[in-house]
Design a protein around this ligand. Structure first.
Ligand SMILES: Nc1nc2c(ncn2[C@@H]2O[C@H](COP(=O)(O)OP(=O)(O)OP(=O)(O)O)[C@@H](O)[C@H]2O)c(=O)[nH]1
Ligand SMILES: [Mg+2]
Length: 439
Protein backbone atom coordinates (compact mmCIF):
# COMPACT_ATOMS: atom_id res chain seq x y z
CA UNK A 1 0.00 0.00 0.00
CA UNK A 2 1.35 3.43 -1.03
CA UNK A 3 4.67 1.82 -1.99
CA UNK A 4 5.23 4.21 -4.87
CA UNK A 5 4.53 7.32 -2.82
CA UNK A 6 6.54 6.03 0.11
CA UNK A 7 9.54 5.29 -2.07
CA UNK A 8 9.52 8.69 -3.75
CA UNK A 9 8.82 10.63 -0.58
CA UNK A 10 11.54 8.75 1.28
CA UNK A 11 14.04 9.93 -1.32
CA UNK A 12 12.95 13.51 -0.79
CA UNK A 13 13.12 13.09 2.98
CA UNK A 14 16.63 11.63 2.77
CA UNK A 15 17.82 14.47 0.55
CA UNK A 16 16.39 17.09 2.90
CA UNK A 17 17.98 15.45 5.91
CA UNK A 18 21.36 15.40 4.22
CA UNK A 19 21.19 18.92 2.86
CA UNK A 20 23.84 21.08 4.46
CA UNK A 21 22.11 24.26 3.48
CA UNK A 22 18.45 24.78 2.90
CA UNK A 23 18.62 27.33 0.14
CA UNK A 24 15.99 28.03 -2.44
CA UNK A 25 17.53 25.56 -4.86
CA UNK A 26 17.34 22.63 -2.44
CA UNK A 27 13.74 23.43 -1.55
CA UNK A 28 12.69 23.90 -5.15
CA UNK A 29 14.23 20.59 -6.04
CA UNK A 30 12.43 18.86 -3.18
CA UNK A 31 9.12 20.38 -4.22
CA UNK A 32 9.71 19.33 -7.82
CA UNK A 33 10.35 15.75 -6.72
CA UNK A 34 7.21 15.80 -4.57
CA UNK A 35 5.16 17.12 -7.47
CA UNK A 36 6.39 14.31 -9.69
CA UNK A 37 5.73 11.69 -7.03
CA UNK A 38 2.18 12.90 -6.40
CA UNK A 39 1.29 13.07 -10.07
CA UNK A 40 2.76 9.64 -10.74
CA UNK A 41 0.70 8.26 -7.88
CA UNK A 42 -2.38 9.61 -9.61
CA UNK A 43 -3.21 12.36 -7.16
CA UNK A 44 -5.67 14.88 -8.57
CA UNK A 45 -3.78 17.68 -10.39
CA UNK A 46 -5.53 20.48 -8.55
CA UNK A 47 -4.85 18.84 -5.22
CA UNK A 48 -1.15 18.60 -6.13
CA UNK A 49 -1.00 22.27 -7.10
CA UNK A 50 -2.73 23.40 -3.95
CA UNK A 51 -0.50 21.19 -1.82
CA UNK A 52 2.71 22.61 -3.28
CA UNK A 53 1.39 26.16 -3.00
CA UNK A 54 0.53 25.63 0.66
CA UNK A 55 3.90 24.08 1.48
CA UNK A 56 5.70 26.96 -0.24
CA UNK A 57 3.58 29.51 1.56
CA UNK A 58 4.29 27.90 4.92
CA UNK A 59 8.02 27.77 4.22
CA UNK A 60 8.20 31.51 3.65
CA UNK A 61 7.96 32.79 7.16
CA UNK A 62 8.93 29.54 8.83
CA UNK A 63 11.57 29.46 11.51
CA UNK A 64 13.41 26.27 12.36
CA UNK A 65 11.25 24.28 14.78
CA UNK A 66 12.70 23.82 18.24
CA UNK A 67 14.49 20.50 18.49
CA UNK A 68 14.73 19.99 14.73
CA UNK A 69 17.24 21.10 12.15
CA UNK A 70 16.29 22.98 9.01
CA UNK A 71 15.79 19.92 6.81
CA UNK A 72 13.71 18.21 9.47
CA UNK A 73 11.61 21.34 9.82
CA UNK A 74 10.74 21.16 6.12
CA UNK A 75 9.85 17.47 6.48
CA UNK A 76 7.60 18.28 9.42
CA UNK A 77 5.88 20.98 7.34
CA UNK A 78 5.30 18.56 4.49
CA UNK A 79 3.87 16.07 6.99
CA UNK A 80 1.47 18.70 8.34
CA UNK A 81 0.27 19.58 4.85
CA UNK A 82 -0.16 15.90 3.97
CA UNK A 83 -2.31 15.54 7.06
CA UNK A 84 -4.32 18.53 5.98
CA UNK A 85 -5.19 17.07 2.58
CA UNK A 86 -6.00 13.71 4.13
CA UNK A 87 -8.40 15.48 6.47
CA UNK A 88 -9.36 14.82 10.03
CA UNK A 89 -10.31 11.39 11.23
CA UNK A 90 -14.06 11.01 10.74
CA UNK A 91 -15.83 8.58 13.03
CA UNK A 92 -18.83 6.57 11.92
CA UNK A 93 -22.30 7.74 13.01
CA UNK A 94 -22.99 6.55 16.55
CA UNK A 95 -24.88 3.34 17.28
CA UNK A 96 -28.53 3.63 18.28
CA UNK A 97 -31.82 1.75 18.47
CA UNK A 98 -33.64 1.54 16.09
CA UNK A 99 -30.39 0.98 14.28
CA UNK A 100 -28.04 3.42 12.69
CA UNK A 101 -28.33 2.62 9.00
CA UNK A 102 -25.29 2.59 6.78
CA UNK A 103 -25.98 2.47 3.06
CA UNK A 104 -23.17 1.29 0.79
CA UNK A 105 -23.22 2.52 -2.81
CA UNK A 106 -20.86 2.28 -5.77
CA UNK A 107 -20.22 0.80 -9.19
CA UNK A 108 -20.23 -2.92 -9.89
CA UNK A 109 -17.41 -4.95 -8.49
CA UNK A 110 -15.86 -2.21 -6.34
CA UNK A 111 -16.28 -4.35 -3.22
CA UNK A 112 -19.59 -3.27 -1.69
CA UNK A 113 -20.73 -6.71 -0.61
CA UNK A 114 -17.29 -7.72 0.68
CA UNK A 115 -17.10 -4.40 2.53
CA UNK A 116 -20.56 -4.91 4.05
CA UNK A 117 -19.21 -8.13 5.59
CA UNK A 118 -15.97 -6.49 6.71
CA UNK A 119 -17.76 -3.55 8.29
CA UNK A 120 -20.24 -5.87 10.03
CA UNK A 121 -17.39 -7.89 11.49
CA UNK A 122 -15.57 -4.76 12.58
CA UNK A 123 -18.65 -3.34 14.33
CA UNK A 124 -19.44 -6.68 15.90
CA UNK A 125 -15.91 -6.87 17.29
CA UNK A 126 -16.60 -3.49 18.94
CA UNK A 127 -19.51 -5.07 20.77
CA UNK A 128 -22.42 -3.83 18.65
CA UNK A 129 -25.31 -5.91 17.36
CA UNK A 130 -25.16 -5.67 13.61
CA UNK A 131 -27.34 -6.84 10.76
CA UNK A 132 -26.86 -6.75 6.99
CA UNK A 133 -29.40 -6.49 4.18
CA UNK A 134 -29.35 -6.29 0.41
CA UNK A 135 -31.60 -4.23 -1.85
CA UNK A 136 -30.23 -5.81 -5.04
CA UNK A 137 -33.32 -7.19 -6.78
CA UNK A 138 -31.70 -7.93 -10.11
CA UNK A 139 -29.20 -10.54 -9.06
CA UNK A 140 -30.37 -13.05 -6.46
CA UNK A 141 -26.79 -14.30 -6.35
CA UNK A 142 -25.65 -10.93 -4.98
CA UNK A 143 -28.01 -11.18 -2.03
CA UNK A 144 -26.95 -14.76 -1.41
CA UNK A 145 -23.28 -13.73 -1.47
CA UNK A 146 -24.03 -11.24 1.31
CA UNK A 147 -25.87 -13.81 3.42
CA UNK A 148 -23.08 -16.34 3.03
CA UNK A 149 -20.65 -13.74 4.36
CA UNK A 150 -23.03 -12.84 7.18
CA UNK A 151 -23.34 -16.46 8.18
CA UNK A 152 -19.58 -16.77 8.47
CA UNK A 153 -19.41 -13.96 10.97
CA UNK A 154 -22.69 -14.88 12.61
CA UNK A 155 -24.74 -11.76 11.97
CA UNK A 156 -28.37 -11.75 10.75
CA UNK A 157 -28.98 -11.17 7.04
CA UNK A 158 -32.24 -9.73 5.73
CA UNK A 159 -33.20 -10.54 2.15
CA UNK A 160 -36.28 -11.51 0.16
CA UNK A 161 -35.49 -13.23 -3.11
CA UNK A 162 -39.11 -13.09 -4.28
CA UNK A 163 -39.44 -9.34 -4.06
CA UNK A 164 -38.49 -7.80 -7.40
CA UNK A 165 -39.17 -4.17 -6.57
CA UNK A 166 -36.24 -2.50 -4.86
CA UNK A 167 -38.35 0.07 -3.03
CA UNK A 168 -40.83 -2.50 -1.74
CA UNK A 169 -37.91 -4.69 -0.72
CA UNK A 170 -36.43 -1.76 1.18
CA UNK A 171 -39.74 -1.28 3.01
CA UNK A 172 -39.80 -4.94 3.95
CA UNK A 173 -36.23 -4.78 5.25
CA UNK A 174 -37.07 -1.77 7.39
CA UNK A 175 -40.12 -3.54 8.74
CA UNK A 176 -38.18 -6.69 9.60
CA UNK A 177 -35.23 -4.94 11.19
CA UNK A 178 -37.21 -2.41 13.20
CA UNK A 179 -37.61 -4.65 16.21
CA UNK A 180 -34.55 -6.84 15.72
CA UNK A 181 -32.61 -5.09 18.47
CA UNK A 182 -29.80 -4.02 16.15
CA UNK A 183 -27.45 -1.09 16.74
CA UNK A 184 -26.25 -0.98 13.15
CA UNK A 185 -27.85 -2.09 9.89
CA UNK A 186 -25.63 -2.24 6.84
CA UNK A 187 -27.49 -1.90 3.59
CA UNK A 188 -25.78 -3.32 0.51
CA UNK A 189 -27.06 -1.97 -2.81
CA UNK A 190 -26.88 -3.00 -6.44
CA UNK A 191 -23.96 -1.86 -8.57
CA UNK A 192 -23.83 -1.15 -12.29
CA UNK A 193 -21.01 -1.08 -14.76
CA UNK A 194 -21.82 2.52 -15.58
CA UNK A 195 -23.83 5.17 -13.90
CA UNK A 196 -27.30 5.27 -15.36
CA UNK A 197 -30.43 7.20 -14.62
CA UNK A 198 -32.37 4.17 -13.49
CA UNK A 199 -29.79 3.16 -10.91
CA UNK A 200 -29.45 6.67 -9.55
CA UNK A 201 -33.19 7.05 -9.39
CA UNK A 202 -33.48 3.80 -7.47
CA UNK A 203 -30.76 4.83 -5.02
CA UNK A 204 -32.36 8.22 -4.40
CA UNK A 205 -35.70 6.54 -3.69
CA UNK A 206 -34.12 3.96 -1.37
CA UNK A 207 -32.35 6.75 0.45
CA UNK A 208 -35.59 8.67 0.89
CA UNK A 209 -37.25 5.60 2.35
CA UNK A 210 -34.42 4.60 4.61
CA UNK A 211 -33.17 8.00 5.77
CA UNK A 212 -29.74 6.47 6.38
CA UNK A 213 -27.27 7.97 8.83
CA UNK A 214 -24.39 7.23 6.52
CA UNK A 215 -24.18 6.85 2.76
CA UNK A 216 -20.72 5.49 2.06
CA UNK A 217 -19.31 5.34 -1.43
CA UNK A 218 -17.25 2.20 -1.95
CA UNK A 219 -14.42 3.14 -4.30
CA UNK A 220 -11.96 0.79 -5.94
CA UNK A 221 -8.59 2.44 -5.39
CA UNK A 222 -7.17 0.73 -8.46
CA UNK A 223 -9.45 2.85 -10.64
CA UNK A 224 -7.62 6.01 -9.61
CA UNK A 225 -9.09 9.29 -10.72
CA UNK A 226 -11.98 7.56 -12.51
CA UNK A 227 -13.28 6.42 -9.15
CA UNK A 228 -13.28 10.01 -7.94
CA UNK A 229 -15.17 11.25 -10.95
CA UNK A 230 -17.84 8.60 -10.44
CA UNK A 231 -17.98 9.36 -6.75
CA UNK A 232 -18.63 12.97 -7.62
CA UNK A 233 -21.70 12.00 -9.63
CA UNK A 234 -22.98 9.83 -6.78
CA UNK A 235 -22.38 12.67 -4.38
CA UNK A 236 -24.32 15.11 -6.57
CA UNK A 237 -27.26 12.78 -7.01
CA UNK A 238 -27.51 10.75 -3.82
CA UNK A 239 -25.38 12.69 -1.31
CA UNK A 240 -22.50 10.92 0.42
CA UNK A 241 -21.28 11.10 4.00
CA UNK A 242 -18.01 9.29 3.38
CA UNK A 243 -15.91 6.97 1.29
CA UNK A 244 -14.50 3.49 1.82
CA UNK A 245 -11.45 2.82 -0.30
CA UNK A 246 -11.03 -0.82 -1.29
CA UNK A 247 -8.24 -2.80 -2.93
CA UNK A 248 -5.47 -0.63 -1.56
CA UNK A 249 -3.45 -3.83 -1.31
CA UNK A 250 -3.19 -4.28 -5.06
CA UNK A 251 -1.34 -2.20 -7.61
CA UNK A 252 -3.26 0.85 -6.53
CA UNK A 253 -1.00 3.85 -6.62
CA UNK A 254 -2.79 5.32 -3.67
CA UNK A 255 -3.23 8.79 -5.10
CA UNK A 256 -6.96 8.55 -4.69
CA UNK A 257 -6.55 8.51 -0.91
CA UNK A 258 -4.95 11.93 -1.14
CA UNK A 259 -7.57 13.32 -3.51
CA UNK A 260 -10.94 12.26 -2.05
CA UNK A 261 -11.20 14.76 0.76
CA UNK A 262 -10.27 17.81 -1.28
CA UNK A 263 -12.21 16.90 -4.42
CA UNK A 264 -15.38 15.52 -2.82
CA UNK A 265 -15.34 17.28 0.50
CA UNK A 266 -16.25 14.06 2.33
CA UNK A 267 -13.92 11.99 4.48
CA UNK A 268 -12.49 8.53 3.89
CA UNK A 269 -13.75 6.41 6.78
CA UNK A 270 -12.31 2.94 6.17
CA UNK A 271 -9.92 1.16 3.87
CA UNK A 272 -9.97 -2.36 2.49
CA UNK A 273 -6.59 -3.97 2.16
CA UNK A 274 -7.32 -7.48 0.90
CA UNK A 275 -9.95 -10.03 -0.01
CA UNK A 276 -10.25 -11.55 3.45
CA UNK A 277 -12.91 -10.33 5.83
CA UNK A 278 -10.36 -9.05 8.33
CA UNK A 279 -8.46 -6.99 5.72
CA UNK A 280 -10.14 -3.81 6.84
CA UNK A 281 -8.93 -0.78 8.77
CA UNK A 282 -10.25 2.48 10.11
CA UNK A 283 -8.73 5.27 8.03
CA UNK A 284 -6.24 7.09 10.26
CA UNK A 285 -4.91 10.12 8.35
CA UNK A 286 -1.87 10.46 10.60
CA UNK A 287 -0.83 6.86 10.10
CA UNK A 288 -1.27 7.15 6.35
CA UNK A 289 0.78 10.35 6.22
CA UNK A 290 3.45 8.65 8.32
CA UNK A 291 3.41 5.62 6.09
CA UNK A 292 3.85 7.80 3.00
CA UNK A 293 6.73 9.79 4.44
CA UNK A 294 8.39 6.83 6.10
CA UNK A 295 6.90 5.97 9.45
CA UNK A 296 10.04 5.86 11.55
CA UNK A 297 11.22 9.20 10.29
CA UNK A 298 8.16 11.13 11.31
CA UNK A 299 7.81 9.44 14.66
CA UNK A 300 11.36 10.27 15.59
CA UNK A 301 10.83 13.87 14.51
CA UNK A 302 7.77 14.17 16.67
CA UNK A 303 9.62 12.60 19.60
CA UNK A 304 12.47 15.04 19.17
CA UNK A 305 10.06 17.97 19.23
CA UNK A 306 8.28 16.66 22.28
CA UNK A 307 11.58 16.20 24.05
CA UNK A 308 12.52 19.77 23.27
CA UNK A 309 9.26 20.92 24.79
CA UNK A 310 9.83 18.80 27.90
CA UNK A 311 13.31 20.26 28.22
CA UNK A 312 11.82 23.73 28.16
CA UNK A 313 9.49 22.77 30.99
CA UNK A 314 12.32 21.17 32.97
CA UNK A 315 14.51 24.26 32.51
CA UNK A 316 11.71 26.42 33.80
CA UNK A 317 11.21 24.09 36.75
CA UNK A 318 14.91 24.03 37.58
CA UNK A 319 14.93 27.81 37.50
CA UNK A 320 12.12 27.88 40.04
CA UNK A 321 13.98 25.38 42.19
CA UNK A 322 17.02 27.62 42.02
CA UNK A 323 15.10 30.63 43.15
CA UNK A 324 13.43 28.63 45.88
CA UNK A 325 10.07 29.44 44.28
CA UNK A 326 9.15 25.79 44.06
CA UNK A 327 5.54 25.45 45.26
CA UNK A 328 3.36 22.42 45.89
CA UNK A 329 1.74 23.27 42.58
CA UNK A 330 5.13 22.72 40.94
CA UNK A 331 5.57 19.50 42.87
CA UNK A 332 2.28 18.27 41.48
CA UNK A 333 3.25 19.19 37.95
CA UNK A 334 6.57 17.51 38.46
CA UNK A 335 4.78 14.34 39.51
CA UNK A 336 2.85 14.44 36.26
CA UNK A 337 6.03 14.86 34.26
CA UNK A 338 7.78 12.05 36.03
CA UNK A 339 6.98 9.45 33.43
CA UNK A 340 8.88 11.48 30.87
CA UNK A 341 11.57 12.98 32.97
CA UNK A 342 12.44 10.47 35.65
CA UNK A 343 12.12 10.96 39.38
CA UNK A 344 11.98 14.22 41.25
CA UNK A 345 15.49 13.81 42.58
CA UNK A 346 16.75 14.07 39.03
CA UNK A 347 15.62 17.65 38.77
CA UNK A 348 17.84 18.44 41.73
CA UNK A 349 20.61 16.15 40.59
CA UNK A 350 20.89 18.16 37.44
CA UNK A 351 22.28 20.97 39.49
CA UNK A 352 26.08 20.61 39.52
CA UNK A 353 27.50 19.50 42.86
CA UNK A 354 24.12 18.78 44.42
CA UNK A 355 23.44 15.17 43.42
CA UNK A 356 25.18 13.57 46.39
CA UNK A 357 23.49 15.79 48.97
CA UNK A 358 19.91 14.90 48.20
CA UNK A 359 19.81 11.28 49.29
CA UNK A 360 17.48 12.10 52.18
CA UNK A 361 15.02 13.64 49.81
CA UNK A 362 14.30 10.44 47.97
CA UNK A 363 10.62 10.19 47.06
CA UNK A 364 9.19 6.70 47.08
CA UNK A 365 7.50 6.20 43.70
CA UNK A 366 4.62 4.34 45.29
CA UNK A 367 3.90 7.44 47.31
CA UNK A 368 3.33 9.50 44.17
CA UNK A 369 -0.33 8.66 43.89
CA UNK A 370 -0.86 9.58 47.53
CA UNK A 371 1.06 12.82 47.24
CA UNK A 372 -0.85 13.81 44.14
CA UNK A 373 -4.16 13.09 45.85
CA UNK A 374 -3.16 15.21 48.83
CA UNK A 375 -2.09 18.14 46.69
CA UNK A 376 -5.27 17.80 44.63
CA UNK A 377 -7.34 18.22 47.77
CA UNK A 378 -5.69 21.51 48.60
CA UNK A 379 -6.97 24.89 47.48
CA UNK A 380 -4.73 26.86 45.10
CA UNK A 381 -4.00 29.22 47.97
CA UNK A 382 -2.85 26.36 50.17
CA UNK A 383 -0.61 25.04 47.40
CA UNK A 384 1.09 28.39 47.05
CA UNK A 385 1.30 29.13 50.79
CA UNK A 386 1.41 25.83 52.66
CA UNK A 387 2.09 27.65 55.96
CA UNK A 388 -1.61 28.54 56.18
CA UNK A 389 -2.49 24.85 56.43
CA UNK A 390 -3.66 24.51 60.05
CA UNK A 391 -5.20 21.59 61.89
CA UNK A 392 -8.71 21.88 60.48
CA UNK A 393 -7.40 22.36 56.95
CA UNK A 394 -5.24 19.27 57.39
CA UNK A 395 -8.29 17.29 58.44
CA UNK A 396 -10.20 18.46 55.38
CA UNK A 397 -7.30 17.64 53.03
CA UNK A 398 -6.80 14.19 54.55
CA UNK A 399 -10.49 13.43 54.21
CA UNK A 400 -10.66 14.75 50.66
CA UNK A 401 -7.67 12.70 49.53
CA UNK A 402 -8.52 9.53 51.39
CA UNK A 403 -5.32 9.75 53.43
CA UNK A 404 -4.49 10.48 57.05
CA UNK A 405 -3.39 13.66 58.83
CA UNK A 406 -0.07 11.91 59.29
CA UNK A 407 0.33 11.60 55.52
CA UNK A 408 -0.45 15.27 55.07
CA UNK A 409 2.06 16.20 57.77
CA UNK A 410 4.69 14.03 56.15
CA UNK A 411 4.27 15.68 52.79
CA UNK A 412 4.38 19.17 54.30
CA UNK A 413 7.54 18.26 56.19
CA UNK A 414 9.20 16.90 53.08
CA UNK A 415 8.24 19.98 51.18
CA UNK A 416 9.64 22.22 53.92
CA UNK A 417 12.95 20.37 53.83
CA UNK A 418 13.10 20.67 50.10
CA UNK A 419 12.53 24.39 50.29
CA UNK A 420 15.19 24.71 52.99
CA UNK A 421 17.70 22.92 50.85
CA UNK A 422 16.81 25.00 47.85
CA UNK A 423 17.38 28.16 49.83
CA UNK A 424 20.72 26.85 51.06
CA UNK A 425 21.78 25.99 47.57
CA UNK A 426 20.79 29.40 46.38
CA UNK A 427 22.90 31.04 49.06
CA UNK A 428 25.95 28.91 48.33
CA UNK A 429 25.67 30.11 44.74
CA UNK A 430 26.43 26.71 43.38
CA UNK A 431 23.74 26.77 40.78
CA UNK A 432 24.46 28.30 37.46
CA UNK A 433 22.46 28.24 34.29
CA UNK A 434 22.50 26.82 31.73
CA UNK A 435 22.31 23.30 33.02
CA UNK A 436 23.27 20.34 30.98
CA UNK A 437 20.21 18.18 31.04
CA UNK A 438 20.97 14.50 30.96
CA UNK A 439 18.02 13.56 28.77
N1 LIG B 1 -7.62 -7.37 -3.16
C1 LIG B 1 -8.78 -6.94 -2.73
N2 LIG B 1 -9.91 -7.42 -3.26
C2 LIG B 1 -11.09 -6.97 -2.80
C3 LIG B 1 -11.17 -6.00 -1.77
N3 LIG B 1 -12.48 -5.76 -1.53
C4 LIG B 1 -13.18 -6.55 -2.39
N4 LIG B 1 -12.35 -7.27 -3.16
C5 LIG B 1 -12.70 -8.21 -4.24
O1 LIG B 1 -13.38 -7.54 -5.27
C6 LIG B 1 -14.32 -8.38 -5.92
C7 LIG B 1 -15.69 -7.75 -5.97
O2 LIG B 1 -16.18 -7.63 -4.66
P1 LIG B 1 -17.71 -7.52 -4.30
O3 LIG B 1 -17.80 -7.28 -2.84
O4 LIG B 1 -18.49 -8.62 -4.84
O5 LIG B 1 -18.09 -6.20 -5.08
P2 LIG B 1 -19.52 -5.50 -5.19
O6 LIG B 1 -19.28 -4.04 -5.21
O7 LIG B 1 -20.43 -6.01 -4.17
O8 LIG B 1 -19.95 -5.95 -6.62
P3 LIG B 1 -21.45 -5.92 -7.24
O9 LIG B 1 -22.38 -6.40 -6.20
O10 LIG B 1 -21.34 -6.84 -8.40
O11 LIG B 1 -21.69 -4.53 -7.65
C8 LIG B 1 -14.28 -9.67 -5.14
O12 LIG B 1 -13.49 -10.61 -5.82
C9 LIG B 1 -13.63 -9.30 -3.81
O13 LIG B 1 -12.93 -10.37 -3.23
C10 LIG B 1 -9.94 -5.50 -1.21
O14 LIG B 1 -9.90 -4.65 -0.31
N5 LIG B 1 -8.79 -6.01 -1.72
MG1 LIG C 1 -22.32 -6.91 -4.36
Amino acid sequence: MFELLTEKFSNVVEKLKRAKKLDEKTIDEALKDIRKALLEADVNVEVVQQFLKDVKEKLKGQEVIKGLNAGETVIKLIYDELLKILGEEAPLAKAQKPPTIIMLVGLQGTGKTTTAGKLAKYLKSKGYTVGVASTDVRRPAAAKQLCTLAQKIDVPCFIDENEKDAIKLTEKILQQTKDAGLSYLILDTAGRLHIDEELMDELVKIKEKVQPHEVLYVADAMQGQDAINTAKEYHDRVGLTGVILTKLDGDAKGGIALSVRKVLGVPIKFIGTGEKIEDFEVFHPDRIAQRILGLGDIQSLIEKMEKAIDEDKAQEMAKRVMNAEFTLEDLKEQLQMIKNLGPLENILKMIPGVGSKIKDLKVDEKQFVKIEAIINSMTPEERRNPHIINGSRKRRIARGSGTTIMDVNKLLKQYKEMKKMMKKMKKSGKMKLPFNFPY
